[in-house]
Design a protein around this ligand. Structure first.
Ligand code: BGC
Length: 381
């Protein structure tokens, strides 16, 4: 088996060398460059150490811009270090993701980076990887019910929820409203029940907002405030739009919706469409929250159709994840800042939590444009 894998890896290396030709000495920018290094030079560069090692990167979907960026960042950062990368997207089809990972294992990857669709559906294929001696890094979404995962790189998921809750609390001045006996209407659009992040985010939101719901300062006219009642399978924009349409026709005929507490930019787009369909205008447009600071979302923030988003710098996440890949493959020490919060039902996974940042019309320039995430031109298009 090992010999077969080795010969596959070597053939890939040879084909790659033929494809790029022999002129390039740049080992830092492409996969093929790294394989070339093996053949041509003894220099102990980082690429020499990683040469011939292949990383399988399994991403959930290309339907949301954030995952496209995540995949592209991971690929370019790993390739820059000399790794070969097999990047696959499963378009939110769980079985497709299982097959992609099986194929990666069969093709002899040395390490797997997985951003799961259903965090608990990969247990068998994860066990196969473990048996084959292939370490797994969980990317952004925790892999549940398995001992085959070595590290987890993510954003502080509960922190995303508290940031959304606090944004609503501060900007609607809920404490003052409570003291004055005023109230706002609110509806909730929470993430996928098969994604551990979604429940953590919900817990963070409710840590801030539940007291205001209890006090009647926030009024949810649909009565749907529990996670089970507000979660949206596979983070579907269409379901969010449908839910919002149902809420608006069912509960908001006589009174406007003031706040759409949404856990994802994709939901915010669906909510926006539902509101437009129901005749909402600038005069009564509600506060709409989101997550990911997608390009479209930031444009909507600028035009006033979305109020805020949670900026998660996927470049930073990829950097942290890459240090974990290096740790499992080269024996280096990854940066870890949480060894307690992320128990997956079997083990507590050593994690690095990046810090999410709430962005709105007042700080997107500083956080996002000055930080080089999007250019002013991209936002103006
Ligand atoms: C991620 C979010 C993302 C959501 C939908 C979650 O697991 O943490 O950043 O918005 O998936 O793709």
């Amino acid at each position: 088996m090992k010999r077969k894998i080795l010969s596959i890896v070597m053939s890939v290396a040879m084909i790659a060398t033929l494809l790029v030709g022999c002129g390039s000495s740049d080992t830092s920018t492409s996969t093929s460059g790294s394989t070339e290094t093996t053949a041509k030079t003894e220099t102990k560069t980082e690429a020499t150490v990683t040469a011939g090692k292949k990383v399988g990167v399994a991403m959930p979907t290309q339907s949301s811009e954030r995952w496209i960026n995540d995949g592209a960042n991971m690929k370019s950062k790993l390739e820059a270090l000399g790794y070969e990368v097999d990047l696959q997207y499963a378009e939110d089809d769980v079985q497709m993701q299982v097959s992609q990972i099986e194929n990666m294992i069969a093709s002899g990857v040395n390490c797997l980076v997985i951003a799961s669709i259903d965090s608990a559906a990969l247990v068998n294929v994860e066990a196969q990887a473990k048996t084959a001696g292939i370490p797994i890094i969980a990317y952004d979404r925790l892999l549940m019910n398995t001992d085959a995962v070595s590290y987890y790189a993510t954003f502080d998921n509960k922190g995303v929820g508290t940031a959304i809750g606090k944004y609503i609390e501060d900007n609607k001045k809920l404490a003052d409203a409570q003291a004055a006996g005023e109230s706002y209407t609110i509806e909730f659009f929470m993430g996928s029940p098969d994604d551990n992040n979604a429940k953590m985010l919900y817990d963070g939101v409710m840590e801030v907002l539940q007291p205001y719901l209890d006090a009647g300062t926030l009024v949810c006219k649909s009565g749907r405030t529990s996670f089970d009642d507000t979660c949206i399978l596979r983070w579907s924009q269409e379901t969010a739009q449908q839910n919002c349409e149902n809420y608006l026709t069912g509960f908001y005929a006589d009174e406007d919706l003031d706040i759409a507490c949404s856990a994802f930019d994709g939901f915010a787009y669906g909510i926006k469409a539902a509101l437009e369909g129901a005749g909402y205008t600038d005069a009564n447009w509600p506060m709409i929250t989101g997550q990911d600071a997608e390009l479209m979302a930031v444009k909507n923030i600028i035009s006033g159709k979305q109020t805020m988003s949670i900026y998660k710098d996927t470049r930073l996440l990829a950097d942290k994840c890459v240090t974990m890949v290096q740790a499992v493959l080269e024996g280096s020490e990854p940066e870890i800042n949480d060894t307690e919060q992320y128990n997956n039902g079997v083990i507590t996974v050593p994690s690095y939590l990046c810090t999410p940042v709430a962005v709105d019309v007042n700080n997107y320039q500083k956080e996002i444009v000055d930080g080089g995430y999007y250019t002013a031109e991209q936002l103006a298009e």
